[in-house]
Design a protein around this ligand. Structure first.
Ligand code: ADP
Ligand code: MG
Length: 555
């Protein structure tokens, strides 16, 4: 019995009541079924002709997306194995920002193939070892066959950007090219060379969004867009050649924090007290004005009286600016954040060609733009509905991730399933050289990679068997390494010539996290859950699949 131990012929309960336990093959079967189900869910969204998913939250919010990470996040999966699959997507998102669907799909397929090997009595540790070797070999091949790209190669980078954004609905037509150009300009603007290496900190490419307008109105701002309003109506709406002060302390009189009481007994005293307050606030404003600033961004609050004085002096002020925005403003304008007004000098001020408050979709926003060589920029996404704006934002984030990884690593490969096909071909050769039982796992790894061209050809309505057979033949030839699926014309084509290219890192990361997750789940032969979490009746995942490894309609 689950949760019992034998002691002198007596059985002793070692697990609390209600705890569930799955052992050995049952545990593996369940995990494999769950992983396959998760892989299947995202699979149909792959590529520019993949479909979208509509997800409705408990609150009734609607998300329409094609993004693997977003789908899994919104689904709120329960099963522990499903959570590990979601982790794959999260890691991919964090490390690269693109390729989440691919990574999750590969993870599911690796486990499905592992299930078949387990059925042939191959030990999990043999499979794990084979997978590890295969993943390592793929990395080596990828390094060898990648094409090179530099920060200056704008044309290639723009292709990478538009391919990575192309699978999202917003990416159709020439909008995709326009967005691609914006993304590349943004990355080039913030990229810095450190010790001969290109480093892109995507934290400093702010993606701000507002519904209304058209996706075509999406623009790159050479500076920072702050989703706040100017504090006082008497302040100018527009300042050219702005000298910007960034202040981290409140422009308010600290209210007494302890219980100290101030006793006021006469109207004169009251007046003196208020005068004193006013004087202090006036002095604060004087200090800012003395630095030569004409715009001030304050991370804390600004008292009404201080607002009044600032307005009288013709300064523009914005209050309660987020810390992250303060950092972006500092990077963009060259200003130094002053922690105390006494420290504020002309040297600490930043510069922007224009600071302007504009009304966007009924709300005021402050544009800090025309900065000089800003190391922090903003892409402002516009689109007619909330869903499109959100998907547009996700597409742009994918694009930024793809272009950043391409310039940081300096490498890219051809997509459209061609790289996976090439890796599969090389792996099969490697498998025969390896021999032993491990070769079966390496073979399975090769078969797994083919799920990418297979899925793309399915989405393009092509004959899957013929396509894969033809691709296999082409990849055996020396000139066939970039042969992949041209999904728009439903035929096999040279993906590099077609301009379907992706950063190498998308592939290395997807393979690494998928194989690690697969290994992790395969190593489990005992699952104990404290609460009755697992579906009743033991094995079977959220897909409602039986305990077998079949993995539903995967093929
Ligand atoms: P992911 O979340 O894995 O990035 P996508 O839905 O973005 O998933 O699809 C990426 C896959 O689609 C990659 O394998 C890529 O090479 C392929 N792809 C993108 N654009 C094209 C295209 N125009 N023709 C063929 N394949 C494409
Ligand atoms: Mg993508």
């Amino acid at each position: 019995m689950a949760g019992e131990a034998q002691f002198g012929g007596q059985s002793v309960l070692i697990l609390p009541e209600g705890a569930q336990r799955l052992l050995g093959r049952d545990a593996q079967r369940t995990n494999i079924a769950v992983a396959c189900a998760i892989g299947n869910i995202v699979r149909t969204t792959l590529g520019p002709r993949g479909m979208d998913k509509m997800l409705v939250s408990e609150m009734g919010d609607i998300v329409i997306t094609n993004d693997g990470a977003t789908i899994l996040e919104e689904m709120n999966v329960e099963h522990p194995a499903a959570k590990i699959m979601v982790e794959i997507a999260k890691t991919q998102d964090k490390e690269v920002g693109d390729g989440t669907t691919t990574a999750v799909m590969l993870g599911g397929e690796l486990l499905k193939r592992a299930g078949e090997l387990l059925d042939q009595d191959i030990h999990p540790s043999t499979i794990i070892r084979g997978y590890k070797r295969a993943a390592g070999y793929c990395e080596k091949i990828l390094r060898n066959i990648s094409y090179k790209v530099t920060l200056e190669d704008t044309e290639t980078l723009e292709k990478i950007a538009s391919i990575s954004m192309g699978s999202k609905t917003v990416g159709f037509g020439n909008v995709k090219d326009k967005l691609g150009k914006l993304v590349v300009s943004a990355v080039k603007q913030v990229a810095e060379r450190k010790d001969g290496k290109v480093v892109v900190d995507d934290d400093f490419i702010k993606v701000e969004k507002k519904e209304g307008g058209d996706i075509d109105d999406t623009q790159l701002i050479n500076g920072v867009l702050i989703d706040k309003e100017v504090v006082h109506p008497g302040m100018p709406k527009k300042v050219e050649n702005a000298k910007i002060a960034l202040v981290d302390s409140a422009l308010e009189i600290e209210k007494t924090e302890t219980d100290a009481k101030i006793e006021i007994t006469s109207p004169e005293q009251m007046e003196a007290f208020l005068k004193q307050e006013e004087k202090m606030l006036r002095e604060m404003v004087e200090k800012i004005a003395a630095s030569g600033a004409n715009v001030v961004f304050c991370q804390k609050g600004i008292d009404d009286v201080a607002q009044h004085f600032l307005a009288k002096k013709g300064l523009v002020a914005v209050r309660r600016v987020k810390k992250s925005d303060m950092e972006k403003l500092a990077k963009a304008t060259g200003a130094k954040v002053a922690t105390s007004l006494d420290d504020l000098t002309a040297k600490d001020l930043g510069y922007a060609g224009l600071v302007e408050e504009r009304k966007i979709a009924g709300e005021q926003m402050v544009f800090v733009e025309k900065c000089k060589d800003p190391k922090s920029v903003t892409i402002f996404v516009r689109a007619s509905t909330e869903q499109v704006v959100n998907e547009g934002e996700r597409a742009i984030v994918d694009g930024i991730g793809a272009v950043s990884s391409a310039v940081e690593e300096g490498e890219y490969v051809a997509g459209g399933g061609s790289i996976e096909m090439q890796l599969a071909t090389e792996l099969r050769k490697y498998a025969t050289e390896t021999g032993g039982r491990e070769q079966l796992a390496i073979q399975a790894f090769a078969d797994t990679l083919e799920i990418v061209p297979r899925t793309l050809s399915e989405s393009a309505g092509m004959d899957v068997i013929d396509t894969l057979a033809e691709l296999r033949t082409r990849h055996k030839r020396a000139d066939g390494r970039d042969a992949g699926v041209d999904v728009y014309n439903s035929k096999i084509a040279d993906m590099k010539k077609l301009g379907v290219i992706e950063p190498t890192k998308v592939k290395t990361q997807a393979i690494a996290s998928a194989s690690e997750a697969a290994a992790m789940l395969l190593r489990i032969d005992d699952m104990i859950s404290a609460k009755a979490r697992m579906p009743a009746g033991g094995p079977g995942g959220p897909g409602g699949m039986p305990g077998g490894m079949g993995g539903g309609d995967y093929e």
